[in-house]
Design a protein around this ligand. Sequence first.
Ligand SMILES: [Zn+2]
Length: 320
Amino acid sequence: MFKRLLNECVIDLTLRPEGALLIKSGLAQMSGVDMAWVKVPRNGGWEVYLPGSSLKGTIRSHAERIARTLNESAACNPLGGRRDKLRSCGSALDVMNRDKKETELTTPLVYQHSCPICRLFGNTWIMGRLATEDAYVMGDAPALQHRDGVGIDRFTGGASRGAKFELEVITGGEFKTALHLQNFELWQLGLLGFVLQDLREGLVRMGSGKSRGLGKVVAQIDKITLHYIGARKKMLEDDHLNLMGVGALFEQAKDYGMASDDQVRLEKAAAVKEESAFSELRQTVSFSFDAFPWQAVAAKWVNYVQTLPSDPLKQYRSGR
Ligand SMILES: [Zn+2]
């Protein structure tokens, strides 16, 4: 499928830590701090940054929580073991692959069988639709501080004696990044919209030490840009905006279990902030967060998650 790019939504955002934030480096540090920040060489020195993979993990777990509030079985459990009825799609597909040797697990089949969260974020069998860029310091630089941490006893949950260590945290500062949602169905953009809303309200925590009160981040959504590539229909048509998901743009959408009515026609109103050059091949329109037609895609997501057919991986998830 997805060898050809058909649609893309790019979300430019600024992340501002509120309070202390720690994204741990996996590398041993010369400075002697036990838990140090990830850093990159930039502007002639070493700078802290937020790796795109951390941001993606944060967005995925928040999307899982949102999905489960609407439908318990809408998100598999990435850490679920053999007895978990929502054991991860990746493991369930491994079992299916062993059991049904004659069936080739093609990309359309894997997409159709995976839970909604895996269809958006991927699993060990398919790539996700969302890519997150690393977030770099822009504008105000954050302040680095060292703090004493106290080890938490794994059994009692209390402080464990003698296990003091040093944490490196940042406070303040601004990080800029972009999310790329490619070849998406409209419901996927709808779900992402709910996560973005919560990020704007500071309801999503990132990085280490969340239980110690670390990790509060507030996002400002700077711009939302939609691209259609090679679509026959115009994104802007007279006084209307045609929102089209990949289900409406891709001839083999049915093989993937996508709805072919993956489109909405909306009044254009004042929603369109900026129109870039339209060519036969690529159409581009940008919006502010508030002007974007979130309601239309949110409705697609809510309807999608509430009318999910029964789990095609059910027999492969548990008990084996
Ligand atoms: Zn899954």
